[in-house]
Design a protein around this ligand. Structure first.
Ligand SMILES: *Cc1c(COP(=O)(O)O)cnc(C)c1O
Length: 391
């Protein structure tokens, strides 16, 4: 029998839910990885914003391996020191009262949605359950978070969807006002819509959401699954908008590439999910917490986020000067590149060919490089993009 390639093997045995690039990633170190043939790639995608400290960062690897060798799992029926340390540091760093741990962004958002509905139910009773999200948002792939996602393309096949969501046009304050009626318990937003095309919300709109929600005791949920944990140059993107949501969700980069989601709640919301009201078998897994703690220790070290901001500025300035680039969006190291005439997916494929991994978001090329990216790698990566765009 002919030996199958890895690609053939996967296509045969894994459901075809992904459009994959034709490459088999095998190993990585720092900000680069290699395929099965040994060809090297600079990674401007970090998975999808997950390997925030790059591949196999020393402190992170050490913490994770140590925890694996000590205890890989125990259930949430018991206490663990590593979850205690991670939770405390996360709450302190993010400025929240309490956290619920789960395993993904969608789960973190599910938790936030349940929390908001229960907050309202406990206080006001039935009928005030609606969550407003934004048109063009992305909140996950479970049935509930698909329902929350404000894009019609996602509202297909899987009927019936979860009830109780409505969609406000981003940056349209009048639309917000018209939909913020007495059935609403929360507004959920991404400060920068990631999958939707790396579009930052306007300050005036964010201000209006917080002001109008506060007046009606409607919770604000910030989905910082992609923007959080240093990605935009501050620990939370909300800091740059001058707001702190009642509830903030995190995932992607939080544990350096291990599955971890977190739902953070302020003082007002910290007690809403009480005994028996929510749970997760794997949530707060010790190995993932050890990885998360290593990420937090690195990011909160003196000068780390200032470096992220400096490198983001450097990268953005270089990108803006490239032929073929229409404009550069996003904040910090969350970057969208609008192209003049090329298709984003063609650019991504051509960059791959030349040894650079990039992502796309709608019509844009999207970059989410590791927060540890070096000036030299920025230089090299941009040179590859320049080459690809000039062809
Ligand atoms: C990726 C993403 C999610 C979903 O996260 P999963 O870990 O894939 O469930 C939710 N919200 C935002 C903003 C995201 O970028």
């Amino acid at each position: 029998m002919m030996k199958m390639t890895t690609q053939e093997q996967m296509n045969q045995s894994v459901m075809g839910t992904y459009g994959r690039f034709p490459v088999v990633i095998d190993h990585g170190a720092g900000e680069s990885c290699a395929d099965e043939t040994g060809k090297q790639y600079i990674d401007f995608g970090s998975g999808i914003g997950t390997t925030s400290l790059g591949y196999c960062n020393e402190a992170w690897t050490e913490a994770v391996c140590k925890q694996v060798k000590t205890m890989q799992h125990t259930s949430n029926l018991y206490y663990t020191k590593v979850q205690a340390d991670f939770a405390q540091k996360l709450c302190q760093t993010a400025g929240y009262e309490k956290v619920f741990f789960c395993n993904s962004g969608a789960e973190a958002n599910e938790c936030a949605i349940k929390l908001a509905r229960k907050y309202s139910f406990d206080k006001y009773g039935k009928g005030r359950h609606k969550i407003l999200t934004l048109v063009n948002s992305f909140h996950g792939r479970t049935l509930c978070t698909l329902s929350a996602t404000g894009q019609d393309v996602f509202h297909n096949y899987f009927f019936p969807f979860v009830e109780g969501f409505d969609y406000v046009t981003a940056n349209d304050i009048a639309d917000l006002e018209s939909k913020l009626d007495d059935t609403v318990c929360a507004v959920m937003l991404e400060y920068i819509q990631g999958e939707g095309g790396v579009n930052a919300l306007e300050q005036a709109f964010v201000d209006a959401v917080f002001e109008k929600c506060a007046a009606k005791d409607v919770l604000v949920i910030a989905d910082e699954v992609q923007t959080g944990v240093g990605r935009t140059g501050t620990f939370l993107a909300g800091e740059q908008f001058g707001h702190k949501a009642d509830v903030t969700t995190l995932a992607k980069g939080i544990a350096g590439g291990l599955p971890m989601g977190a739902c953070l709640a302020n003082e007002k919301c910290a007690g809403v999910l009480d005994k028996g009201s929510h749970g997760s078998t794997f949530g707060g897994n010790p190995v993932c917490c050890a990885g998360g703690l290593a990420v937090l220790n690195t990011i909160t070290a003196d000068g780390f986020l200032a470096e992220v901001q400096r490198k983001a500025k450097l990268l953005r300035e270089k990108l803006e000067k490239l032929d073929g680039v229409e404009s550069v969006s996003g904040l910090g190291l969350m970057i969208g590149i609008a192209l003049k005439d090329k298709k984003a997916i063609d650019v991504a494929n051509a960059a791959l060919e030349k040894g650079l991994l990039v992502l796309t978001a709608k019509t844009k090329v999207r970059l989410l490089p590791p927060l540890t990216i070096t000036d030299e790698e920025i230089e090299k990566g941009v040179a590859i993009l320049a080459d690809v765009l000039s062809k």
